[in-house]
Design a protein around this ligand. Structure first.
Ligand code: UDP
Ligand code: MG
Length: 313
């Protein structure tokens, strides 16, 4: 029996690219149904993540019997938009696929993902073959990030982002993770079950801008490591780093003074100890602060997303 598929697309200020990608998405989806790869009960769900352009007007007017739409009350972020789409339809489908609406991830790979699901996999990861469409900068920072995650012992799949298939069991396992700071690509490799990878070439965004400028990307990566942070505490960390750098400069300066004989006995060692330990304590406090900030946010147990409107067919 063909599987009931839910295809989830998070959309944030995507009105520019939607008219271009929608026909491609619908064509592909209708073909999957016609070729009996997926059941007629399959659906597409667009999640408007609090866009401030006319994304909602566009998706709420789509006249297709298989298109659902969710409007979040404000911008909760990519990960929570995915969560909203998945959680709303839990247990109503056999398989769920999430992908970016800009179709940078190759939609044609869905067929392979479904094949892998039928072979008994609960999770199928879409993995980028290479990073040739990335800037050198993004390539290098991404590589550094994966290395760092590895070093810190976080299970993560190299070159996999949020293009993945999960079955209903994997979805329910994932929904047992209640943290408000979500980093899906690190959660799924932790839930166990059977998984595999399919490879694809990532394309360039054809219209509109990336919603992940460098600063946001950095923040997302940091979140992946600590799960969350509180800004004032982060400032302490920055100050710690700053004073460490100053202390290193001062150590060099003090060393020169020592060599020149401009010091009295004992002065050098005292000044170095004060400077170095002052800086490193502040640095350490900053890191601890990051985790306290995370606990602070998690204990509030605030809703992870709020749904303003749903269109369900
Ligand atoms: N997105 C979202 N909420 C946000 C930011 C992004 O729902 O706050 C969506 C966006 O519309 C897109 C996907 O997440 O479908 C990935 O964003 P983008 O293509 O800008 O990221 P990039 O491909 O540049 O990493
Ligand atoms: Mg993109």
């Amino acid at each position: 029996m063909p599987a009931r598929l839910l295809l989830v697309f998070p959309c944030y200020n995507e009105s520019e690219i939607l008219p271009e990608v929608l026909p491609k998405i619908f064509d592909y989806f209708e073909n999957l149904v016609a070729s009996k790869n997926i059941s007629e009960k399959s659906r597409i769900c667009f999640v408007d993540d609090g866009s401030i352009d006319n994304t909602w007007q566009l998706i709420s007017k789509i006249d297709k019997p298989y298109v659902n739409a969710i409007k979040l009350s404000t911008n909760f972020g990519h990960q929570k938009a995915l969560l909203a789409g998945l959680e709303t339809f839990r247990d109503k489908f056999d398989v769920y696929i999430t992908m970016d609406v800009d179709l940078q991830d190759d939609i044609n790979v869905i067929k392979q993902m479904l094949d892998a699901y039928f072979k008994g996999n609960n999770i199928v990861y879409g993995v980028r073959e290479d990073r040739s469409t990335d800037t050198v900068f993004k390539k290098t920072t991404a590589q550094l990030f994966y290395k760092l995650m590895n070093f810190l012992g976080v299970k993560i799949i190299f070159n996999h982002a949020d293009f993945r298939l999960i079955d209903n069991k994997a979805l329910n396992f994932f929904l047992a993770y209640k943290e408000s700071h979500l980093f899906l690509r690190a959660i799924f490799p932790n839930i166990g079950l059977q998984s595999t990878k399919v490879y694809y070439k990532r394309l360039k965004r054809v219209k509109g801008n990336s919603k992940y400028p460098f600063k946001k990307m950095l923040a997302f990566a940091w979140d992946g490591i600590t799960s969350f942070s509180a800004k004032p505490l982060k400032m302490v960390l920055y100050f710690g780093v700053f004073s460490l750098i100053i202390s290193l400069i001062l150590i060099i300066w003090a060393s020169v003074q020592l060599l020149l004989g401009n010091t009295i006995t004992g002065w050098f060692s005292i000044i170095i100890l004060i400077i170095f330990f002052g800086g490193s304590q502040l640095f350490a406090l900053g890191i601890i602060g990051e985790y306290i900030g995370k606990i602070f946010i998690e204990t509030k147990k605030r809703p992870r997303y709020l749904i303003d409107k749903i269109i369900e067919k």
